[in-house]
Design a protein around this ligand. Sequence first.
Ligand code: ATP
Length: 649
Amino acid sequence: MSVGRGGGGGGGGMHGMPGLGSIMQQQRALRYLKTGQARSTRETFGRVWQYVRVYRGPFAIGSALMLAGVAIGIIPPLLIRQMIDVAIPRGDFDLALVLGAGLLLVPLSGAVLTLGQNYLASVVAQGIIADLRRKLYDHTQSLGLDFFTWTPAGEIQTRFLNDAGNLQAVLTQTFFGTLANLVTVIGTLVVMALISWQLTLAAALALPAFAFPVLHFGRRRYAAVEIAQEALGDLTNVLSETLSLSGAIVVKSFGTEDRESARFAEVNDNARKAQVAQILEGQWLIVIVQVLAALGPALLYTYGAYLVIHGQIQLGTIVAFATYMAQLYSPASSLAGANASLLGGLAMFDRVFQMLDIPPTVPAAVRPTPLPTVPTSGIQFEQVDFRYPSGVGRENLGAEVLHDISFTAAPGRLVALVGPSGAGKSTILSLAARFYDPMNGRVLLDGVPLAEVERHELRERLAVVTQDVFLFHATLRENIAYGAPEAREAEIEAVVEAAQLHDLVTRLPDGLETVVGERGFRLSGGEKQRVAIARALLRQSPYLLLDEATSSLDSQAERRIQLALERLIQGRTVLAIAHRLSTIQRADLILVVQDGRIVERGTHQELLQHSGLYEELYYAQFAPDIDGRDTKADVAMSYHDGVNDERQA
Ligand code: ATP
């Protein structure tokens, strides 16, 4: 999970590296995408039309060109007929020349029309695809972290690139193609009937013979295509997980290269089998169509010969018919499978629509309540219960993680969360940032429930600094200014200074313009944390949600972070997961969290007064060097003094 991927806040996921879950788990997690509420074909079609409508101009011209192309395609067999029945018997070579020129020019102009039609079809199709991709992207940005937790990145990418990309073929070949085929078949049959209704009848009899096998194999082929598509999705998932930087780190640190190779071999093999099966189904169809295609000429020539012998038609008509028949096979067989391929095409759209239809678990406020212009009552938790989604959507819930959490981080105060690992501290921070909504109770910011605060207003008032910092593949300056792109040069310089990044900037080859991030310059853990602090500083938001990094740093690096943090905390209302002595020392309120409940609360000094979890934690985690509880009172006193000193300063 990565907050950075969602483009939010101060970067970094709260829970670090992605799990390399098994394929089974992924498939279970993805079921929500596959079984989304079944839509009627008409409904999907109507939805597709909404996208096509935007391009009705080029769509209409393209359709007109297509019709003209079909009309032109009907002419050559008529010219051939004239050649055989008129020019040759009469020995009229001039006419033969004219007809010959026509046989050359007509297909030529047809080709030019096809060119124009293909161009327009691509303009329409690519326009629609780009619109869909943009909509999809905007929508995924509005989705909650449950979506990013439960949907493998590969699956998201497949829907964006593969599925959306395939829509070009669906739109031009399936939708546009079916229309063209329909017009071709009807137009050709009408002209054929005008020339010889008897032969047309014979030809029309042969045509339905196609329908059955084409339909049957078309359906099987469609199923095979779907399986192949899924197998490719699995392949992409494994690739994007294990070959990403964080995935690679996990694989290397656990030495699971062989296991991952075996897993890859498995999905790779599945993809191979699915592709072969898909191609084979396609080949069967071609063989059957070829066999049946032989039936047509056999019927035509035999019956045609009979008609010529009995003087009912001329030779040229048979040749013209043979040409028409040859022209008909392809569109007619496509039409026989049109139903299946149209459904398949719609299914492709449906895959994209399904993603568009996932409701955000953290919906935007319909009628937002504006926050008071200055902070008034801080961050308040009122009897908050919370469960994490165990899948995408609010109906899948896991065990209760927070229970009856109530506290206030009053303006200007520092509230520290401490507690054992897994107690629920990060979850409290996530709720305060509205990455999730609570099941019961409310979280308020300056008296307004978070659910009613407009998203941008919330982000402006709240800065988030997480433990793992996600850097975008961009310059250091862009990474720092991520949350405040309009920041002026002087402001950026000020935060670089305040976040103790000055040395780093002078050391980097291109200073602030050095490209950092996944594939760029490596920053140390401490440096990344300071970048996160700089980001938050630049936001100048009055509230700060801080997840102090636990990574053990050498004393100099630690000191720098300390200094940077002090600048960050100054003058802000802070809700912090504390890992540092200095933080709990200066906290106005410490909340001790255990098993999703606040079990103790008070200042450092108050909490040390009675033996409880805090005391245990304190000696184990924050001050392991201080030996024994006899010195407890002294320690409490000295911290108290320290805080007072700093406050006065
Ligand atoms: P730590 O100090 O180790 O970070 P924490 O006190 O911050 O721990 P949380 O991260 O809030 O604890 O986790 C509280 C509980 O919620 C844990 O049992 C954890 O397994 C669970 N949990 C955390 N994130 C998720 C998630 N995205 N989905 C489901 N359960 C989660």
